[in-house]
Design a protein around this ligand. Structure first.
Ligand SMILES: Cc1cc2nc3c(=O)[nH]c(=O)nc-3n(C[C@H](O)[C@H](O)[C@H](O)COP(=O)(O)O)c2cc1C
Length: 296
């Protein structure tokens, strides 16, 4: 464990042992502080009462903007929330742990944002022909409906998540902790209303940000053996059963240590395949269509 500017970061070899628990451990570049940081990741859900500054958030957002963006379309935005009452409403609507959100000085919402592009479409149409950035020929052949398809929605969602992950890494590099909040998609319309989102946008994911509470340390969580996710030249489904069985044993060690039910397969089987597992999110397609986003 190294203590420094980046908070408590494990060495890569410490992280790999905790990440996989059983050998073989991947051979990685162990001389790189960025790799040390990435391999040390764990979600943090309890924070201390110490401010997350404007500079912290600016650093996260600039890092997010520095991530790759599909065709540099930049179809994402971020909304910063600090207001306790708003956080509480969001926790209620999302059906998530209120104490987690309450203890986070900042919650960021990464927005899949086609609204800005639609505004540009309208602005260009409203401008006099000689002051447009777009040729008349292109304007004549353009239709906003052309952008409102499933591909654009996926680009916006992907851009938002890629940006979010850069923000997460920047936060962790400053010694902060984060936790993603996919639970905000339990009620897409209500979250959009709370955040004042325009049509053609929705909150893809939330992220709590704060200084980790040392009284509630979190452990590095195990992952599948690297061979399960790493295919060479072509995908190999045949190896998956064995790799998952190996992981089941390692995961049991981790989850038992956390006082949780030991089976990773059991946990995820129920989450994915139980009747009605998707819950409120079965309405996702309708929610997104109602927000003017394309799904075809
Ligand atoms: C897209 C996404 C959504 C998530 N949503 C939630 C959430 O709503 N609530 C929560 O407590 N954790 C959430 N998480 C955190 C995951 O549970 C966590 O990343 C996973 O259990 C692995 O643990 P680790 O991040 O500590 O390695 C989310 C993570 C991701 C990537």
């Amino acid at each position: 464990m190294k203590h420094g500017k980046m908070g408590c970061v494990n060495t890569s070899s410490e992280s790999l042992q905790q990440r996989y628990l059983v050998p073989p451990f991947p051979e990685v570049d162990e001389s790189n502080p960025v790799v040390d940081l990435l391999l040390s990741h764990r979600s943090v859900r309890r924070f201390i009462d110490e401010p997350v500054t404007e500079r912290h958030v600016a650093t996260m957002v600039a890092a997010a903007q520095s991530a790759s963006s599909s065709s540099n379309l930049q179809l994402w935005s971020v909304v910063e929330v600090r207001d306790q009452a708003t956080k509480q409403r969001i926790a209620e609507v999302a059906g998530t742990d209120g104490a987690h959100l309450a203890s986070a000085p900042v919650v960021l919402f990464f927005i899949a944002d086609v609204a800005r592009a639609c505004r540009v479409f309208e602005d260009e149409h409203a401008k006099a022909a000689d002051s447009r950035a777009v040729d008349q020929e292109v304007i004549d052949g353009a239709d906003m409906a052309n952008a409102l398809n499933l591909e654009t929605t996926m680009v916006a969602f992907g851009d938002a998540l890629i940006a979010a992950q850069n923000a997460a890494v920047a936060a962790e590099a400053m010694g902060l902790g984060i936790c993603y909040l996919g639970s905000i998609r339990n009620d897409v319309p209500a979250i959009a209303e709370i955040l004042g989102l325009p049509q053609h946008s929705f909150a893809a994911v939330g992220m709590t940000v704060g200084h980790p509470n040392p009284q509630r340390p979190t452990r590095i969580k195990t992952r599948l053996p690297i061979a399960a996710v790493w295919h060479r030249e072509q995908y190999d489904l045949a190896k998956q059963s064995d790799e998952v069985e190996k992981y089941e044993a390692a995961a049991a060690q981790f989850y038992t240590g956390q006082g949780m039910a030991p089976s990773w397969i059991g946990r995820n089987f129920a989450r994915l395949f139980a009747t009605g597992a998707i819950g409120k999110r079965s309405r996702m397609a309708q929610w997104l269509r109602n927000r003017g986003l394309g799904l075809d």
